[in-house]
Write a protein that binds this ligand. Structure first.
Ligand SMILES: [Ca+2]
Length: 170
């Protein structure tokens, strides 16, 4: 009997999808790494409309030769200052930022209501600013993707990563 049972269990695990997106239970949290140089960091978390989540970030990342910053990001004038000694031309590109209203490299979230794990050149169903911490009640169900706020072509000179906790509160 035992070999047959083992074979049966084995066949079940073989047929599980390799990377199923996860729905969180109340008070359940997951921790993910979010890289500054990736335009779409998959979290494998599936947010549900109407539920309440808290997203918090620790760590630092950098844009080019600008000073390192945390998840709140920085204003172009802080990088372009004489003290910093550099000018990436950020102040002339404010209108091209993926989230125009928040800082450069501010931690930002997107929700994609789709089954595909391809996010390039697809507009999210919802996008929101997070910074160091934010509470989010999604307006749609979907996959949570995180990124450093930058221009679409600006990820190559970013370095570092944040540790981000996604917790369902309600
Ligand atoms: Ca950049």
């Amino acid at each position: 009997m035992l070999p047959i049972l083992l074979l049966f269990l084995n066949s079940i695990s073989l047929h599980d999808p390799p990377s199923q997106d996860k729905q969180l239970q109340p008070n359940e949290a997951v921790v993910v790494k979010v890289k500054a140089n990736e335009a779409h960091n998959r979290t494998s978390v599936q947010l549900q409309k109407g539920q309440l989540y808290e997203i918090t970030a620790t760590g630092q990342w950098k844009d080019g030769t600008c000073a390192a910053t945390d998840a709140a990001g920085f204003k172009a004038s802080d990088c372009n200052s004489p003290q910093a000694g550099v000018d990436l031309g950020l102040s002339s590109m404010e209108a091209l930022k993926r989230d125009k209203s928040s800082n450069w490299l501010c931690l930002t979230g997107s929700i994609y209501n789709q089954t595909s794990n391809s996010f390039e050149n697809i507009l999210p169903d919802q996008q929101f600013s997070i910074g160091r911490s934010a509470k989010i009640k999604p307006a749609v169900n979907g996959k949570l993707v995180l990124f450093a706020n930058d221009i679409v072509s600006g990820y190559g000179n970013n370095t570092g990563q944040l540790t981000v906790t996604i917790k369902r509160i309600q």
